[in-house]
Design a protein around this ligand. Structure first.
Ligand code: ASP
Length: 572
């Protein structure tokens, strides 16, 4: 007998009364008098098996691996909870292929097991249909990606894993070299430099499903190793590149969600996104815009600085109202963005109430009432830094959306954020690259590079899906002189730039085409399309939030011998 003739999901009317062989794991067993009922699970579903004479079949327990030959029948009482609940298989022959100890947690769809336990026994967790479905969505994305880029003459090229550092701004994972003690490879934070060199090499249109590694603090949407759909192309302008990326999303939406995505996607500028939604990855599935209240600055006794930015958010009464305790919570969130005070006002029946109402001049009250025509609560604050105040209210906006369940499930919103600034300032006030230092400034802003670097915008774009940065990219610098100027602005001397990137920059002296590209986060796409907000769900064997694999407990200690071969001494 062969182990299997058919997957459970493929059983249908046409097999009724016929012999089939199914194989998988026993999910459940129960005896009713002389009749034995078993639920058999394979990767595709669950089917009930029954034996009229239980003595004729071997005793199978949960998670035993069996192969079963039998006749497909209609069930007298269908089980509407299972896709194949209309059918059962009358057992002719059943073989136990492998026995199982009692498992650390019962394998069932609605498991109560803690995530850490599920990760420790991931191979058991993967037996659940829900987990299989996440992996299927992920595989589908990969399949669509290959088809799409192939149809557009993109060439899939692999790039090295053992490299020098890539300047994506995160910490590197280092690999010590055995042959060159004291030297280290860095695992790629992205294939950025190699994909640009492929353009210099004339490859023209490249893509790769690439593993990337960044040693950062982990979050629910971040893993130390993750997968990017990495793309680069020559001789195309920004609009043409965005069109190529959008076309791919159209395929994803169509083939995974069955949604006809309307193109072109909305494009909003970085500063509009910040001032309107308080985020450069705005979740636009609900409204609650930020209000620009900069005229507030004249209404306080204490004069505000000329350059103070005021922002507010208005919560209409029809959505809900926020308790004192909740306001404290919002204030705490705002503090994370250096916003000391969150003011709040109540607007009711044409009256403005709240401890700060007395500071408002009448003129401003009238203006406010005209602005917010409904009753509700207005939260506002002020800051000298535009980003701080915007991000603070962006965070408040998200908390309010959560509190009042403003996001409808199974809704999608996709848009571009474009025109990012070239530079930001770090905590020490130094200029750093907002993306990576190979990003090209916009032609019209190039003249201000030296005189007013902060106003310079870049050919840089992010694609935002339901408030997640699904991907992003830039046009690249291909003129060595411009690259030199950017390095200089970033405080990298000629010598330093040469020492770190000389090998890369030299290529641009031998004829580099105009080029640009983007990278999409495969894991995040799988999360959103799979309907989870936990990135670990869509990775077969992820790390936990401490960057540990709970199954193997990696990272592990290296033996003295291995360390000495590498010329490494551990200092406690
Ligand atoms: N290398 C960039 C990143 O990983 C994406 C790009 O610019 O293509 O974020």
């Amino acid at each position: 007998m062969s182990y299997r003739s058919i997957y459970i999901e493929d059983l249908n009317e046409s097999y009724l009364g016929k012999e089939v062989v199914v194989a998988g794991w026993i999910q459940n067993y129960r005896k009713l008098g002389a009749i034995e009922f078993l639920d058999l699970r394979d990767r595709t579903g669950i089917i009930q098996l029954s034996a009229k004479d239980a003595t004729k079949i071997p005793d199978a327990r949960n998670e035993y691996v069996v192969s079963c030959r039998g006749i497909l029948q209609k069930k007298e009482v269908p089980n509407p909870k299972l896709p194949k609940g209309d059918y059962e298989i009358e057992i002719l022959e059943m073989n136990i292929l492998s026995k199982a100890d009692p498992t650390p947690f019962p394998v069932k769809e609605n498991t109560e097991a803690l995530e850490e336990t599920r990760l420790k026994y991931r191979y058991l967790d993967l037996r659940r249909q829900k987990m299989v479905n996440y992996l299927k969505v992920r595989a589908k994305i990969v399949q669509i990606t290959h088809q799409y880029f192939d149809s557009l003459k993109f060439l899939e090229v692999e790039t090295p894993i053992l490299n020098l550092a890539t300047p994506e701004g995160a910490r590197d994972y280092l690999v010590p070299s055995r042959l060159h003690h004291g030297s280290f490879y860095a695992l790629p934070q992205s294939p950025q430099l190699f994909k640009q060199l492929l353009m210099v090499g004339g490859i023209d249109r490249y893509y790769q499903i690439a593993k990337c590694f960044r040693d950062e603090d982990l979050r629910s949407d971040r893993q130390p190793e993750f997968t990017q759909i990495d793309v680069e192309m020559s001789f195309l302008n920004q609009e043409e590149i965005l069109t190529i990326a959008e076309g791919l999303f159209k395929q994803y939406f169509d083939k995974i969600l069955g949604i006809d995505l309307k193109l072109p996607l909305r494009r909003i500028s970085y500063w509009d996104a910040l001032d309107t939604y308080g985020s450069d990855k705005p979740d636009t599935r609900f409204s609650l815009h930020l209000e620009n209240l900069s005229h507030f600055k004249n209404c306080f006794f204490e004069p505000f600085h000329e350059k103070t930015y005021f922002r507010g958010i208005f919560l209409p009464k029809t959505i809900g109202s926020v308790s004192r305790k909740k306001i404290d919570e919002l204030s705490l969130e705002a503090k994370k963005f250096h916003l000391d005070t969150l003011y709040s006002l109540k607007i009711e029946n044409g009256q403005i109430e709240g401890s700060f109402a007395k500071f408002l001049q009448d003129e401003l009250k009238t203006e406010l009432l005209a602005m917010v025509q409904e009753d509700g609560q207005l939260f506002f604050g002020a800051s000298l830094e535009r980003r701080d105040i915007d991000f603070a209210f962006g965070a408040i906006r998200l908390l309010l959306a959560k509190e009042f369940a403003l996001i409808k499930p199974n809704t999608y919103d996709l848009l571009w954020v474009v025109d990012f600034p070239m530079f930001t300032k770090d905590e020490n006030g130094n200029i750093t690259a907002e993306h990576h230092p190979f990003t090209r400034p916009k032609d019209e802003d190039y003249p201000y590079l030296k005189s007013d670097p902060e106003r310079v915008l870049a050919y840089a774009y992010d694609i935002i899906l339901n408030g997640y940065e699904a991907g992003g990219g830039t046009l690249r610098i291909y003129d060595p002189k411009m690259q030199e100027e950017i390095f200089e602005l970033l405080g990298l001397s000629k010598e330093e730039a040469q020492a770190r990137f000389g090998w890369f920059l030299e290529a641009f002296r031998y004829g580099a085409p105009p080029h640009g590209g983007f990278a999409l986060g495969l894991d995040r796409l799988a999360m959103v399309f799979g309907g989870t907000d936990n990135i670990r769900d869509v990775i077969a064997f992820p790390k936990n939030l401490q960057a540990i694999d709970p199954m193997s407990l990696a990272p592990g200690k290296a033996s003295e011998e291995a360390l000495s071969t590498l010329g490494i001494k551990i200092v406690k």
